[in-house]
Design a protein. Sequence first.
Length: 234
Amino acid sequence: MNAQDPGAVELWLLEAAAVPVGPAELDGLDEEEHRRAGRFVRDADRAVYLAAHVALRHVLGRRLGLAPAALAFGREPCPGCAEPHGRPRLADGPGGGAAGAPHFSLSHGGGRVLIGLAGAPVGVDVEPLPAADSVEVLATTLHPAEQAELVDVRPADRPGAFARLWTRKEAYLKGLGIGLGRPPAADYLGTAEPARRPAGWAVTDVPAGPRYAAAVALAGGGAAVEYRLRHSLG
């Protein structure tokens, strides 16, 4: 599989604790990454954030033949307001003119990291399954047809069904570059009526192990996203 093919995505699903994060790796992060890491209140959340960004630099650096610390990041314009907080990009990658640089997306949640690289705009998301009471609250923010689908799911299975739906939605919105600046109710990402999903995007569930859900969204894809999944930086 050629991950530069717009129809294919190269994915890494990693345990944050398994990513090597030492002084050399931390020195390779930029000022903005360190600033964002400093905002976390919980040490565990900060550690996962740092591991995710170290892993992203490793993956992109290997793809481009560059040292991880040599990579510079920017943002594409937001499709909602045109301000520079849309999809992340390499400073000289898609949107900046350099040939061969991939589009990419990064997600981390519950101690896991998901990275996606592709030849077209891509979004990924990984989440731990929520508690049942959280599902009841968050479900009210969904598209009406998605809410109806969840009602038909057995209560014991609802956290998993919700998490799969939510990661599809987050992956798609991250692929757009607007994130949750767009209301979750605006787009249908359920399973009962695939034809109602957003036109021009393929969105596919990714196996993430027990108690987790993950998804990938690809612009211009077919009915499903073709991907290769890796579980190690080695």
